[in-house]
Design a binder for this molecule. Structure first.
Ligand code: IPE
Ligand code: IPE
Ligand code: MG
Length: 236
C-alpha cells in the first residue's frame, strides 16, 4: 500500500461485536472476545504503518447501563488483553494511555492499566489511547471546570488552553475517525477533537474488521481533499 499519506492520528469506534455474535447464534460476550483479536491486529498494523496515535473507543460512560454480566465480561477481557499484551506493546514501542477516569473502574482493571501505562511510558513509536469510561461531553465539561478552578481570565481561555485540559492533551486531533457496523453516529466520541476529522463508515462488524480493511480506510482518506475552510484551489 501507499505509505506516503499515513494519518498521524486514527480514532476508531469499534462497534458491532454483539450483532456479529448474534448472527452466529453466539452470546454477545463471544463477539467481544473476537473483537479483542481484531484490536490486537489493528494496533500492530497501525504501528507498522507509522500511525503515531491510535484511539480505540473501548467503553463509553453510557455502556455502564448494559447488563451487569456484559459489563463485567468487558472488563475481564480488557484485563486479560492488557496482561497478555504488555510485553508486546513494549517491544513495539507503544505507549498506553487512557482517556477517561480510571478510578471509577473495577480494581483489577485499574491495577493493570496503571501497570502497563507505567511500563510503556517511555515508548515513542505510537501512542495507544483507550477511551474508557469515556464521554465526550463529560470531557468538555471537565475541561471547563479545570479552567474555572485555575481562576483563568476569560480572555485567556483559548482553544489551546482548552485542549490542554482534555484527556488528549498534547496529542493532535484525529485525522480519521472510523466506525464499523453500519451505524452513522458519533456516540459521544471525541466531540471537541473531531472538528476537522474525516469520517469513514463501514458496514463490517468489528470482529470482521481486518488490517486490510484499515488500509482501505486509509487509502480512501488519501482520495479526499481536506480544505479546513479554504477553497479547493487554495489547497491544491
Ligand atoms: C462494541 O460492540 C463494543 C462496545 C460497545 C463495548 P457492541 O457491543 O456495541 O455491538 P452491537 O452494537 O451490540 O452489535
Ligand atoms: C460506542 O458504541 C461505544 C464503543 C464502541 C465502546 P455503542 O454500541 O455503545 O454506541 P450506541 O449506543 O449504539 O450509539
Ligand atoms: Mg454497539
Amino acid at each position: 500500500m501507499d505509505t506516503t499519506n499515513i494519518p498521524t492520528h486514527i480514532a476508531i469506534i469499534m462497534d458491532g461485536n454483539g450483532r456479529w455474535a448474534k448472527q452466529r447464534g453466539l452470546p454477545r460476550t463471544d463477539g467481544h472476545r473476537a473483537g479483542t483479536e481484531t484490536a490486537r491486529a489493528v494496533v500492530t498494523r497501525c504501528r507498522e504503518l507509522g500511525v503515531k496515535h491510535l484511539t480505540l473507543y473501548t467503553f463509553s460512560k453510557e455502556n455502564w447501563s448494559r447488563p451487569k454480566d456484559e459489563v463485567s465480561t468487558l472488563f475481564k477481557l480488557l484485563t486479560t488483553f492488557l496482561t497478555k499484551e504488555e510485553a508486546s506493546l513494549k517491544k513495539q514501542g507503544i505507549r498506553l494511555k487512557v482517556l477517561g477516569e480510571i478510578d471509577d473502574m473495577p480494581m483489577a482493571v485499574r491495577q493493570v492499566l496503571k501497570h502497563v501505562m507505567r511500563q510503556t511510558k517511555n515508548c515513542t513509536d505510537m501512542t495507544l489511547n483507550l477511551a474508557l469510561n469515556y464521554s465526550g461531553r463529560d470531557e468538555i465539561l471537565r475541561a471547563a471546570k479545570a479552567l474555572a478552578a485555575k481562576g483563568i481570565a476569560a480572555d485567556d481561555i483559548t482553544e489551546e488552553a482548552f485542549a490542554d485540559e482534555l484527556w488528549t492533551a498534547g496529542q493532535p486531533d484525529p485525522d480519521l475517525i472510523i466506525r464499523t457496523s453500519g451505524e452513522l453516529r458519533l456516540s459521544n466520541y471525541l466531540l471537541f477533537q473531531c472538528a476537522y476529522s474525516e469520517f469513514y463508515f463501514t458496514d463490517i462488524y468489528w470482529p470482521d474488521f481486518s488490517p486490510e480493511e484499515l488500509e482501505k480506510a486509509i487509502a480512501e482518506l488519501g482520495n479526499r481533499q481536506r480544505r479546513f475552510g479554504k477553497t479547493g484551489e487554495q489547497v491544491s
